[in-house]
Design a protein around this ligand. Structure first.
Ligand code: UDP
Length: 317
């Protein structure tokens, strides 16, 4: 198959490029590089099945030749990014999804939307099944991401129902691993870097809020299975292992041997969800998928990558 991956130079997009190429497919990666980085795909340069197009998908997308599938992963995805890039975040979820769907229709390609657990907002149902409609504040600072993705889901279903495009929607829960941006501001890169520098980890609020972290390889496997399934309705892909942010900080300190401890900061953004945990009953039943890598193991695979990045920058010995 020939596959277009928007956001292909990003954290998730680049891992998807690797997986699809490894399975023998041809991959066209597209990215405007505002939060993506060609370092993530530099190892693919010269690969006969790989090409890269620098393009902002909120503008008309032109790709020469046939396409069998489009994976729409372009978007700022960290709260720090979408607070800095609110308009771009709304545009890529809305206009970008529209353009990518139009291309899918034109090429007769299957379309897979990267949606998010953020469609559930600050959830009042726990854990979150796909049937939950969510609790999102449209005008809060996080609304730019949450509502863009909710619009993107609606647009995807409209193209499916009205134009008969074959569509898939994955709702992605917190994912981590190598190639996360060092400065993306999310809890995983922040804590790992602080720990590697011997600094205290900055827990926002009292650290009682929870998240459920999945290792990137598990996410990629879920996306791969979903694309080749027949499922039109959204599917949660996430690791149900739920941790408070304080527990997570303690685990990072333990795995890195950091003696810097924890400091508490009053930096939670408005509408920062208090809890988040995927109900993965559907993924299990429909895709035969479940995560294989627990948090400690995933962190053991991730920490060395960050150490190497900090070494390259001369920030750790
Ligand atoms: N957080 C934290 N310290 C940090 C960065 C984030 O305690 O240095 C908290 C943040 O307030 C949130 C959780 O960690 O409750 C996860 O935040 P992240 O930005 O990773 O993503 P989110 O899941 O909120 O989209």
């Amino acid at each position: 198959m020939r596959i277009l991956i928007t956001g292909g130079a990003g954290f998730l997009g680049s891992h998807l490029c690797d997986r699809f190429l490894a399975e023998g497919h041809t991959v066209v990666a597209m990215d405007n590089l505002i939060t993506g980085n060609t370092d993530n795909i530099a190892h693919l340069a010269g690969h006969p099945g790989f090409s890269f197009i620098k393009h902002d998908v909120t503008n008309y997308i032109f790709v020469e030749g046939p396409l069998d599938a489009i994976l729409h992963f372009a978007s700022p995805a960290s709260p720090v990014d979408y607070l800095e890039l609110p308009i771009q975040t709304l545009k890529v979820g809305a206009l970008g999804t529209h353009k990518a769907l139009g291309l899918a229709k034109d090429k007769g390609a299957r379309f897979l939307l990267a949606s998010t657990s953020e469609v559930y907002g600050d959830p009042q149902v726990h854990p979150q099944p796909e049937s939950y409609y969510g609790h999102v504040n449209p005008i809060g600072p996080r609304g730019v991401y949450d509502e863009a993705k909710r619009f993107a889901e609606a647009m995807t279903m409209a193209y499916h129902r009205y134009h008969g495009v074959e569509t898939r929607i994955v709702r992605i829960f917190n994912t981590y691993g190598p190639r996360m941006r060092l400065r993306d501001g999310r809890v995983v890169p922040n804590f790992i870097q602080q720990a590697l520098r011997g600094e205290p980890l900055t827990v926002y609020g009292d650290g009682s809020q929870t998240r459920s972290f999945q290792y990137v390889d598990d996410l990629v496997d879920g996306v791969y299975r979903l694309l080749f399934s027949n499922e039109i309705e959204p599917v949660n892909i996430g690791n149900p292992g739920e941790f408070t942010i304080k527990e997570f900080a303690e685990l990072v300190n333990q795995l890195t041997g950091n003696r810097g401890g924890i400091v508490y900061r009053d930096l939670r953004t408005q509408d920062d969800p208090q809890v988040r945990q995927p109900d993965i009953t559907r993924a299990r039943a429909i895709l035969g998928w479940e995560p294989r890598i627990d948090l400690a193991e995933g962190l053991r695979r991730t920490i060395p990558w960050f150490r190497e990045e900090l070494r390259k920058r001369g920030e750790v010995p």
